[in-house]
Ligand binder design. Structure first.
Ligand SMILES: [Zn+2]
Length: 136
């Protein structure tokens, strides 16, 4: 089950997704199905490492969806599928959750080049990064 701890944020992500899909009926349908599945399917798991959604669908197939999917709708017909819609909604929701709890890093374009590496590499200082020939 995908943990939705902030229903307001989830609803906001869904509303934005539906608005963006206003002219794409197949995506709207995929989004509606994605919402149903996110709220009811216990076998949907967010995989933080690659920002994907691991889905065991009601058809007993397992899909790993982010921008791509292994399902027939996508692979054979390149059509919108609820797996990808769910993965995108989950990613946007997780990002909005993360933004609330993590202080914002300085904008990369207004800091020095050597400082930028620190933020990109998650706290490695430039002098440490040079040890052992490690390059940024
Ligand atoms: Zn799919």
């Amino acid at each position: 089950m995908l943990a939705i701890n902030n229903q307001d944020k989830f609803n906001a992500v869904v509303e934005t997704a539906l608005a963006k899909a206003a002219n794409f009926p197949r995506w709207q349908k995929a989004i509606q199905r994605a919402i149903e599945e996110i709220e009811s399917n216990p076998l949907i798991h967010w995989v933080e490492e690659d920002k994907s959604l691991l889905i065991c669908s009601p058809s007993n197939s397992i899909y790993s969806a982010n921008g791509i999917c292994q399902c027939k709708a996508f692979v054979e017909f390149n059509q919108p599928c609820w797996h990808r819609a769910a993965a995108r909604i989950a990613r946007l929701y997780m990002e909005s959750e993360a933004n609330q709890t993590t202080p914002l890093a300085p904008r990369p374009d207004v800091i020095r080049e050597d400082e930028r590496a620190i933020y990109i590499c998650g706290g490695i200082r430039p002098e440490e990064a040079k040890v052992g020939g490690f390059r940024l």
